[in-house]
Structure formats: C-alpha cells, structure tokens
Write a protein that binds this ligand. Structure first.
Ligand SMILES: [Zn+2]
Length: 96
C-alpha cells in the first residue's frame, strides 16, 4: 500500500498507483481525495528498463546465449519498483 497525499494514510494499492494518471486518478477510499503519478516517473522507468535491456542484449550477443535476454524481466521489475512505486503520488486539489 502507498501513502495518500491528502490524508497521509497507506490506502493506495500498487496496481492503482501504477495506473493513476491525471485523466484516471487514484481515489483514496478513506478521504476520497484524487491523486496521480507524474508521467516523468514512467519515462524514467522506461529509460532505465531500456538501458538495462540493452546491457542484457549485449551480454547475450557476447556470450552467444539467448538465456541472458531473460534479464529484461527483472530489469523491468527493478525499474517499476525504483522509479514508479517509490516516488510519492501527486495530489489533485479540486476547487470548491
Ligand atoms: Zn486519503
């Protein structure tokens, strides 16, 4: 669970956080506040995943073993965990 930027309680699930965009924000079940993950975090995760995947492609070509290409899967998990799940959600403050 992840912290809601409005009430500071751990109410947002990981899947909901990953899917939270400004158009489809995450709704906190406790305080009913909207929040989203900034797109820059998605870009950072994609860049890190791409770079790590190219490293594994290089290793696979050098070693002549395609099994090293499977390293792309843990690289994706690492990039999503480090660059999308770790940063905080941004609150959407609606005018009253
Ligand atoms: Zn909340």
């Amino acid at each position: 669970m992840h912290e809601c930027p409005h009430c500071k309680h751990l109410t947002i699930t990981s899947l909901r956080k990953l899917c939270a965009t400004p158009l489809t924000p995450a709704l906190c079940p406790r305080c009913h506040g909207f929040s989203y993950l900034e797109m820059v975090h998605l870009l950072r995760a994609m860049i890190v995943w791409s770079l790590l995947t190219w490293v594994f492609i290089g290793i696979a070509l050098y070693q002549r073993m395609a099994i090293y290409l499977l390293g792309s899967v843990p690289a994706l998990l690492f990039a999503v965990d480090k660059f999308m799940l770790a940063p905080p959600l941004r609150a959407i403050v609606l005018p009253k």
